[in-house]
Design a protein around this ligand. Sequence first.
Ligand SMILES: Cc1ncc(COP(=O)(O)O)c(C=O)c1O
Length: 415
Amino acid sequence: MTTTAPTGTAEAALARWGFSEWIAQTRRTGEFIDTPELDGVNDAVISVDGRPVVNFSGIGILGWQHDPDVRRVFAAAAAEYGLVVGGSRLVQGLSRPHLELEKLVAEITGQEKALTFATGLLANLGFVHAMKARFSFADEPGVNNSDMVLVLDWDSHWSMWKAADGFKYGRNLFAFEHNDVAALRTLLAELGDRRVVVGFETVYSSDGSMAPVGEILDACEEFGAVSFVDDANGFMAYGNGGHRFAAEYEALRRATFRMVSFGKAVGLSGGAVVGPADAIDAFRFLSGTSIFTTNIQPPTAQAITHVLERMRRDPSVMERYLDRIDRLRERLIAVGCAINSTPTFVTSIAVGSNETAVRVRRDFLERGYLVPMFVYPAVRRNEAVIRLLVNNRLSDEQLDGFVDTLAELRTIHGF
Ligand SMILES: Cc1ncc(COP(=O)(O)O)c(C=O)c1O
């Protein structure tokens, strides 16, 4: 490691971390992406560094965040409840918008109680922390679950693996091959009567696959394991009366716990864990990410409730969106793209090596498209994908333009 900073300085101390060398190297290879400066509202077309580009990188798929009524609800709640929660829920209570939202999310998911968090990521971290907690207020027995075992699908979101940082793989942390129920069963049989939590997702962010929800929950029930389903992506996209993945979402009601994010179908931000009432009450203390940080902003909480109520009243908005995604998938296959086989709204287009990914992203941008390129660590090394959560506010012409550009870049870069 080289550093030019004089020894005995704070600069020299930090130089030992190697950030400068690493950043210089990733700038050279093109893997470093400078944060574009966005002007105006983040929408289907955004202005990047003063130039309009068609935005395929957003995650708020239905565009509720732009809906005039949603914005009105947000503004009215901001006036009534203020902009921020202003402190921890435990010491000062919670605004009505949060309490209403928690009641509604519990009702929608068919669970007893919900606990909201500032983001879905914090919900995941908090859940694992709470399930492994050892705590008592004084000398009373309290809870001691420090011997719990966490079993994850290998492709679980970064937040679940991060939550498991304090675990030791092979001792109290195990993983099964992605969506492989037989492998999970073998593992659960080996774990015998240890106290196990099985964590998996419904719709996986990276490959767009749908878990065999019912079969995994069957295995959990049979082996006496607690189940935790990260439904960040699928919440309100499926299971709201639509025909797609209806069996999986019916089975999901049997999960012990379910986590949801309000960032995808709802288009806002925040997350929640739902489950049995006493456990959820315990999580208020034990998760850490509820007690030691703030919650969703009150106007956002109110806007989420408004969106959820509208989605429940009229599931056809989501159905029409999913029909559009089916048509997009057909077009992508027609131009020869390798895409994920499960037809969820998450569309992953295989690109290959990191170098190709860098070039394809750059060429798309030159042609006026901002595309989300997933490279390691979001996916395995050299298995880069364009991971689309298409914004419903994109026009058919914009989707066609994207597919045509993709076809052109495939021939140039050979992916
Ligand atoms: C599977 C999964 N879990 C958790 C999260 C985190 O949710 P949030 O964006 O609400 O923090 C995401 C977000 O992308 C996700 O895809």
